[in-house]
Design a protein around this ligand. Structure first.
Ligand code: SF4
Length: 228
Protein backbone atom coordinates (compact mmCIF):
# COMPACT_ATOMS: atom_id res chain seq x y z
CA UNK A 1 0.00 0.00 0.00
CA UNK A 2 1.42 3.39 -0.91
CA UNK A 3 1.66 5.96 1.92
CA UNK A 4 -0.67 4.56 4.55
CA UNK A 5 -2.67 7.44 6.10
CA UNK A 6 -2.61 7.82 9.89
CA UNK A 7 -6.10 7.31 11.30
CA UNK A 8 -7.42 9.83 13.83
CA UNK A 9 -8.44 7.91 16.95
CA UNK A 10 -10.14 9.25 20.06
CA UNK A 11 -8.77 7.77 23.32
CA UNK A 12 -9.98 8.01 26.89
CA UNK A 13 -7.06 9.97 28.35
CA UNK A 14 -6.59 7.60 31.31
CA UNK A 15 -5.83 4.68 28.93
CA UNK A 16 -2.76 6.56 27.71
CA UNK A 17 -1.42 7.09 31.20
CA UNK A 18 -2.97 10.46 32.14
CA UNK A 19 -3.70 10.56 35.87
CA UNK A 20 -7.24 11.84 35.42
CA UNK A 21 -9.35 9.16 37.11
CA UNK A 22 -11.61 10.03 40.02
CA UNK A 23 -9.01 8.53 42.39
CA UNK A 24 -6.13 10.49 40.86
CA UNK A 25 -4.70 7.47 39.07
CA UNK A 26 -4.47 6.40 35.42
CA UNK A 27 -5.72 3.21 33.74
CA UNK A 28 -2.80 2.68 31.35
CA UNK A 29 -3.47 0.03 28.73
CA UNK A 30 -0.69 -1.53 26.70
CA UNK A 31 -2.74 -1.98 23.52
CA UNK A 32 -3.87 1.66 23.66
CA UNK A 33 -0.24 2.77 24.09
CA UNK A 34 0.93 0.69 21.13
CA UNK A 35 -1.95 1.84 18.94
CA UNK A 36 -1.29 5.48 19.86
CA UNK A 37 2.18 5.21 18.26
CA UNK A 38 0.76 4.56 14.78
CA UNK A 39 -2.31 6.81 14.72
CA UNK A 40 -3.01 10.49 15.33
CA UNK A 41 -4.17 10.73 18.92
CA UNK A 42 -7.20 12.73 19.99
CA UNK A 43 -7.35 12.49 23.77
CA UNK A 44 -10.23 13.36 26.01
CA UNK A 45 -11.27 12.87 29.62
CA UNK A 46 -14.96 13.82 29.68
CA UNK A 47 -15.06 14.30 33.45
CA UNK A 48 -12.02 16.59 33.41
CA UNK A 49 -13.56 18.49 30.49
CA UNK A 50 -16.54 19.15 32.73
CA UNK A 51 -14.16 20.78 35.21
CA UNK A 52 -14.51 18.11 37.88
CA UNK A 53 -10.79 17.93 38.65
CA UNK A 54 -8.94 15.03 40.23
CA UNK A 55 -9.31 13.40 42.68
CA UNK A 56 -13.09 13.87 42.64
CA UNK A 57 -16.15 12.20 44.13
CA UNK A 58 -17.30 9.23 42.10
CA UNK A 59 -20.16 9.44 39.60
CA UNK A 60 -22.66 6.58 39.45
CA UNK A 61 -25.34 5.68 36.93
CA UNK A 62 -28.85 4.86 38.02
CA UNK A 63 -32.06 4.11 36.18
CA UNK A 64 -35.43 5.67 36.77
CA UNK A 65 -38.31 4.58 34.54
CA UNK A 66 -36.36 3.91 31.35
CA UNK A 67 -33.89 6.80 31.73
CA UNK A 68 -30.31 6.55 32.97
CA UNK A 69 -28.83 9.38 35.04
CA UNK A 70 -25.21 10.24 35.86
CA UNK A 71 -25.17 11.33 39.49
CA UNK A 72 -22.43 12.39 41.88
CA UNK A 73 -23.65 11.17 45.23
CA UNK A 74 -21.31 13.24 47.41
CA UNK A 75 -22.37 16.55 45.87
CA UNK A 76 -25.92 15.72 44.73
CA UNK A 77 -25.06 16.96 41.23
CA UNK A 78 -26.22 15.43 37.93
CA UNK A 79 -23.98 15.28 34.86
CA UNK A 80 -26.19 13.42 32.40
CA UNK A 81 -26.89 16.28 30.02
CA UNK A 82 -23.35 17.70 30.26
CA UNK A 83 -21.85 14.36 29.24
CA UNK A 84 -24.26 14.06 26.33
CA UNK A 85 -23.53 17.59 25.12
CA UNK A 86 -19.80 16.96 25.42
CA UNK A 87 -20.01 13.99 23.05
CA UNK A 88 -21.83 16.24 20.58
CA UNK A 89 -19.15 18.93 20.98
CA UNK A 90 -16.34 16.42 20.48
CA UNK A 91 -17.90 15.24 17.23
CA UNK A 92 -18.40 18.78 15.97
CA UNK A 93 -15.07 20.29 17.02
CA UNK A 94 -12.39 17.66 16.96
CA UNK A 95 -12.40 17.00 13.22
CA UNK A 96 -12.91 13.66 11.50
CA UNK A 97 -12.48 10.56 13.65
CA UNK A 98 -11.73 7.06 12.38
CA UNK A 99 -12.35 5.27 15.65
CA UNK A 100 -12.56 5.58 19.42
CA UNK A 101 -10.95 3.49 22.15
CA UNK A 102 -12.60 4.18 25.48
CA UNK A 103 -12.26 2.98 29.07
CA UNK A 104 -14.55 0.12 30.06
CA UNK A 105 -16.83 0.24 33.11
CA UNK A 106 -16.67 4.04 33.45
CA UNK A 107 -19.95 5.94 34.01
CA UNK A 108 -18.74 8.34 31.32
CA UNK A 109 -16.55 6.34 28.90
CA UNK A 110 -17.64 2.71 29.36
CA UNK A 111 -18.62 0.92 26.15
CA UNK A 112 -19.38 -2.12 28.29
CA UNK A 113 -19.54 -3.20 31.90
CA UNK A 114 -20.65 0.09 33.50
CA UNK A 115 -22.67 -0.58 36.65
CA UNK A 116 -26.24 0.71 36.69
CA UNK A 117 -28.04 1.02 40.02
CA UNK A 118 -31.69 0.96 40.98
CA UNK A 119 -31.66 4.46 42.48
CA UNK A 120 -29.45 7.36 43.51
CA UNK A 121 -28.30 5.62 46.69
CA UNK A 122 -26.13 3.35 44.55
CA UNK A 123 -26.87 0.34 46.75
CA UNK A 124 -28.72 -2.06 44.49
CA UNK A 125 -27.08 -3.10 41.21
CA UNK A 126 -29.65 -3.78 38.48
CA UNK A 127 -27.43 -4.32 35.47
CA UNK A 128 -24.53 -3.19 33.38
CA UNK A 129 -24.43 -0.97 30.32
CA UNK A 130 -22.65 1.97 28.76
CA UNK A 131 -21.38 5.24 30.14
CA UNK A 132 -23.28 8.37 29.09
CA UNK A 133 -20.50 9.91 26.96
CA UNK A 134 -19.80 6.59 25.21
CA UNK A 135 -23.50 5.94 24.57
CA UNK A 136 -23.96 9.35 22.98
CA UNK A 137 -20.79 9.00 20.92
CA UNK A 138 -21.97 5.64 19.59
CA UNK A 139 -25.38 7.07 18.67
CA UNK A 140 -23.78 10.00 16.86
CA UNK A 141 -21.01 8.06 15.12
CA UNK A 142 -22.67 4.87 13.99
CA UNK A 143 -20.14 4.68 11.16
CA UNK A 144 -16.94 4.61 13.24
CA UNK A 145 -15.67 1.71 15.35
CA UNK A 146 -16.03 2.48 19.06
CA UNK A 147 -14.60 -0.05 21.51
CA UNK A 148 -13.22 -0.33 25.01
CA UNK A 149 -9.92 -1.81 26.14
CA UNK A 150 -11.55 -4.65 28.08
CA UNK A 151 -13.52 -6.05 25.13
CA UNK A 152 -10.46 -5.77 22.89
CA UNK A 153 -8.30 -7.54 25.48
CA UNK A 154 -10.75 -10.43 25.83
CA UNK A 155 -11.72 -10.95 22.20
CA UNK A 156 -8.99 -11.15 19.59
CA UNK A 157 -11.59 -11.11 16.81
CA UNK A 158 -12.90 -7.76 18.06
CA UNK A 159 -9.38 -6.37 18.16
CA UNK A 160 -8.82 -7.34 14.53
CA UNK A 161 -12.20 -5.91 13.50
CA UNK A 162 -11.49 -2.67 15.37
CA UNK A 163 -8.06 -2.23 13.76
CA UNK A 164 -9.37 -3.06 10.29
CA UNK A 165 -12.33 -0.69 10.74
CA UNK A 166 -10.13 2.18 11.90
CA UNK A 167 -7.59 1.84 9.09
CA UNK A 168 -10.26 1.24 6.45
CA UNK A 169 -11.97 4.50 7.40
CA UNK A 170 -8.73 6.46 7.26
CA UNK A 171 -7.80 4.96 3.89
CA UNK A 172 -11.25 5.71 2.47
CA UNK A 173 -11.10 9.24 3.90
CA UNK A 174 -7.79 9.77 2.10
CA UNK A 175 -9.29 8.47 -1.12
CA UNK A 176 -7.05 5.42 -1.67
CA UNK A 177 -9.67 2.68 -1.15
CA UNK A 178 -8.82 0.95 -4.46
CA UNK A 179 -5.35 0.05 -3.16
CA UNK A 180 -6.96 -1.47 -0.09
CA UNK A 181 -9.52 -3.28 -2.26
CA UNK A 182 -6.65 -4.86 -4.18
CA UNK A 183 -5.08 -6.18 -0.98
CA UNK A 184 -8.45 -7.56 0.16
CA UNK A 185 -9.07 -9.19 -3.22
CA UNK A 186 -5.67 -10.90 -3.12
CA UNK A 187 -6.37 -12.31 0.33
CA UNK A 188 -10.02 -13.30 -0.05
CA UNK A 189 -10.13 -14.09 -3.76
CA UNK A 190 -13.34 -12.05 -4.03
CA UNK A 191 -14.10 -8.93 -6.04
CA UNK A 192 -14.19 -5.86 -3.77
CA UNK A 193 -16.52 -3.04 -4.62
CA UNK A 194 -16.60 0.08 -2.45
CA UNK A 195 -19.46 -1.05 -0.18
CA UNK A 196 -17.74 -4.39 0.38
CA UNK A 197 -14.44 -2.69 1.31
CA UNK A 198 -16.30 -0.44 3.76
CA UNK A 199 -17.95 -3.40 5.50
CA UNK A 200 -15.01 -5.82 5.26
CA UNK A 201 -14.04 -5.40 8.93
CA UNK A 202 -17.52 -6.49 10.00
CA UNK A 203 -17.74 -9.62 7.87
CA UNK A 204 -14.35 -11.09 7.03
CA UNK A 205 -12.97 -14.14 8.84
CA UNK A 206 -10.29 -13.70 11.50
CA UNK A 207 -7.50 -15.20 9.38
CA UNK A 208 -8.40 -12.96 6.43
CA UNK A 209 -8.51 -9.84 8.58
CA UNK A 210 -5.11 -10.68 10.01
CA UNK A 211 -3.59 -11.28 6.57
CA UNK A 212 -4.95 -8.00 5.17
CA UNK A 213 -3.75 -6.07 8.23
CA UNK A 214 -0.30 -7.65 7.94
CA UNK A 215 -0.08 -6.49 4.34
CA UNK A 216 -1.30 -3.00 5.21
CA UNK A 217 0.56 -2.40 8.49
CA UNK A 218 3.39 -4.92 8.34
CA UNK A 219 3.73 -8.28 10.11
CA UNK A 220 5.69 -7.03 13.13
CA UNK A 221 3.30 -4.11 13.79
CA UNK A 222 0.29 -6.44 13.75
CA UNK A 223 2.09 -8.91 16.04
CA UNK A 224 2.86 -6.16 18.55
CA UNK A 225 -0.74 -4.94 18.47
CA UNK A 226 -2.13 -8.43 18.97
CA UNK A 227 0.19 -9.50 21.77
CA UNK A 228 -0.27 -6.33 23.86
S1 SF4 B 1 -12.71 6.71 32.07
FE1 SF4 B 1 -13.11 8.57 30.92
S2 SF4 B 1 -13.91 10.01 32.42
FE2 SF4 B 1 -12.92 8.37 33.55
S3 SF4 B 1 -10.84 9.07 33.89
FE3 SF4 B 1 -10.81 7.87 32.02
S4 SF4 B 1 -11.07 9.39 30.43
FE4 SF4 B 1 -11.70 10.37 32.32
Amino acid sequence: MPDLPRPRVLFSACLLGDRVRYDGDSATDEFALRLSKIVDVVKVCPEMELGLGTPRPKIILYKESSEVFAYQKDTGRFFTEELRSLADLVMKNLGPLDGALLKSRSPSCGVSGTKIYADSSGQELIGKGRGIFAEELIIRTSEIPVEDEDRLRRFRMLRLRFLMGVFTRAIIREGSWRDLAEVMENVSGKRMKFERVKAYHKRARTDELKSVLEKVLGVSTVRKLLEA
